[in-house]
Design a protein around this ligand. Structure first.
Ligand code: AGP
Length: 611
């Protein structure tokens, strides 16, 4: 809001945020006390075309690029959303967990919804509160924010208050750019769209609500108990380049996404797992859950990193739910004339949701009567729509071609699926169920702890950056992680690498061991620890160079390995969520030191939509 025409600034800002990944875009303007909302599925460029013959003027407005969480990408579900009386508009970044119950209440009060999003429910909720309490927009927004559960960054505007913008946040980022004498304000998820107008910004804190009017910026706390205390905004002066901001200060999207994993796993658990109440539910797996519960066999389909997540899930499902699992390369499965029985359940895993081989494998399994469950990151993607039911990983857009945060989110969703089934089948004790719920809630923090060894891993990478081969070894739940570690190194550093079950060494690969062969061991204190120790000794006996991932405080392995990288301890079944972190970082630093383009490695695409 300010002196200038809002729309060109908003459209330019949306383009600056395109790097974050999105599936639809929209704008809202206030003109002559009327609310004008324009939104389109697809790129900002398509929205611009759509706006060609539309009213475009007004000095207050807002825009949004949507990354679908609830409701597939289309014009209706795009933001901004507006109230039933067309007087209020809202843009929202985040997830409202209790939107379904609020929606029921509003439907009972006669509200009608155009789309399937939690955000549309949000603005109708604010409208209803304002009507029922005959209060100001600020008060209605504050009351609503005390009722909703979840994550949000919102901006609200009203055609009846054309010189005011309201914004609030909890968990999702929100920054306010301040113009000269507070005559203009720019708001965005990060400073990328703001930096060319001002370097004076306020990063809103959690549970803060900001009221912007010409000449004033007031920041208050949403908790009514704190009344109307206006806190002095903490103004920061940005000295950043655009590129740096897009990557959140990281050198690449891949490194940013590796460091986002504590938050992305937290988002994956959000609203689904609450240990204190033993609550565990995957809202998207209800109608067909019997197919999973009574499945004689579970077939898991995927490619690349998603296939590795499926392999971890094989161990998890068989351990917890006691259902036999087969993990299939989708590209092989689709041409193998596989035997599929009606009581087979199929789980298809895909970050992009657009991988051609996985899609075709799904169609084949479906045509033979199997029920298909999807685990996807991109909402509304082809695979999400092709499956009967499923669960989104909520890891947020993954830009780096090498998948990192999607892997830990996939394993987290698959763990929750297995626990839900195990609980219903009675194959897990109440004690074990409870312990795993509490420990899963601790995983984001433990990932953050594992990330603290980044500098040490960088030093180790310096030693191995000129390696021409590398072997990764793990056992049990961590055999698939060894495969994943090898894949990360291959795809971004172009070093030939292989992952193996550690015990397989003696059946061939040990012939490769000499003083030139670096071997990465996942040697955490689990049921196969002793076995891994002897595997390390076998490699050391042949002058192999050993990098070992160990539990914090393990000094024994350090006496035989060339390098040890510590990770926090956790239950064996959860260790893949931690052991993969140092492997991602090791591959990353080696690739950077070899001058590789880690975000866009040669010959690779983020989504393989052709076979
Ligand atoms: C992993 O880093 C690669 N980008 C690739 O192997 C990827 O996992 C594979 O193409 C599957 O993609 P999807 O999860 O989007 O289906």
């Amino acid at each position: 809001m300010g002196e200038q025409e809002a729309l060109p600034i908003i459209l330019k800002g949306l383009k600056r945020l395109e790097y974050r990944g999105y599936d639809s875009a929209g704008v809202a303007l206030i003109r002559d006390n009327n609310l004008l909302v324009y939104k389109k599925k697809g790129k900002v460029a398509e929205l611009e075309n759509y706006l060609q013959d539309k009213v475009q003027t007004g000095s207050i407005g807002m825009g949004h690029t949507r990354w679908a969480t609830h409701g597939e990408p289309n014009d209706t579900n795009a933001h901004p959303h507006y109230s039933s009386d067309n007087r209020l508009a809202l843009i929202h970044n985040g997830i409202i967990e209790n939107y379904a119950s609020i929606k029921q209440e509003l439907l009972r009060k006669g509200h009608h919804f155009l789309g399937q999003t939690d955000s549309e429910v949000f603005i109708h909720f604010i409208e209803q509160i304002q009507k029922e309490n005959e209060c100001s927009l600020f008060e209605a927004v504050r009351i609503a924010l005390n009722e909703v559960v979840g994550a949000y960054a919102i901006v609200v505007m009203s055609a009846d208050a054309p010189n005011q913008l309201l914004a609030a946040r909890k968990s999702s980022p929100l920054v306010i750019g301040i113009g000269k004498d507070r005559q203009e304000f720019w708001l965005a998820s990060d400073a990328t769209p703001i930096i060319e107008y001002t370097n004076e910004v306020v990063y809103l804190d959690d549970l803060q609500i900001a009221v912007m009017q010409k000449g004033s910026l007031e920041i208050k706390d949403i908790r009514a108990a704190l009344g109307d205390v206006v806190s002095t905004p903490y103004i920061q002066y940005l000295d950043l380049t655009l590129d740096a901001i897009e990557k959140g200060g990281f050198d690449s999207f891949m490194l940013k996404e590796i460091f986002e994993q504590p938050e992305s796993v937290r988002n994956c658990l959000r609203g689904r797992l609450i240990a204190s109440t033993q609550h565990l539910q995957l809202g998207g797996i209800t109608k067909h859950i019997d197919k999973l519960l009574n499945a004689k066999r579970i077939i898991i389909l995927g490619c690349g990193t998603s296939w590795h997540a499926g392999l971890v899930a094989e161990y998890i499902f068989e351990e917890l739910a006691r259902i036999p699992v087969e993990v299939e390369y989708a590209s092989e499965f689709r041409y193998r004339n596989p035997i599929i029985n009606p009581d087979d359940a199929v789980i298809a895993i895909s970050q992009s949701g657009e991988t051609a081989d996985t899609l075709a494998a799904i169609d084949l399994a479906k045509s033979r009567g199997a029920t298909i469950f999807g685990v996807c990151n991109v909402v509304g993607s082809s695979i999400a729509r092709a499956t009967h039911e499923g669960a989104y990983t909520h890891a947020g857009p993954e830009i780096g071609v090498a998948s990192t945060k999607a892997f830990t989110a996939q394993v987290t969703v698959l763990l929750m699926m297995a626990l839900v089934i195990a609980k219903k089948r009675g194959t897990v004790s109440d004690a074990q169920f409870s312990e795993l719920l509490y420990e899963l809630e601790n995983i984001p923090e433990k990932i953050a702890k594992a990330l603290q060894f980044n500098a040490q891993i960088e030093d180790i990478a310096k030693i191995y950056k000129n390696a021409s081969n590398m072997i990764y070894l793990g056992r049990g739940f961590n055999f698939p992680v060894a495969l994943e570690g090898a894949l990360k190194l291959k795809e971004i550093s172009y070093i030939h690498a292989e992952g193996y079950p550690a015990a397989e060494m003696k059946h061939g690969p040990i012939a490769l061991i000499d003083a030139e062969m670096p071997v990465v061991f996942i040697a955490i204190k689990d049921s196969s620890y002793e076995k891994v120790v002897s595997n390390i000794q076998e490699v050391k006996a042949r002058k192999g160079r050993v990098i070992a991932i160990v539990n914090e405080g393990d000094t024994f392995i350090a006496t035989m390995a060339d390098h040890v990288i510590e990770i926090p301890s956790t239950y064996e079944i959860l260790t893949p969520l931690l052991t993969v972190i140092p492997l991602q970082l090791l591959a990353y630093h080696i690739a950077v030191m070899r001058g590789c383009n880690v975000d866009q490695p040669r010959n690779l695409a983020k989504s393989v939509t052709v076979e």
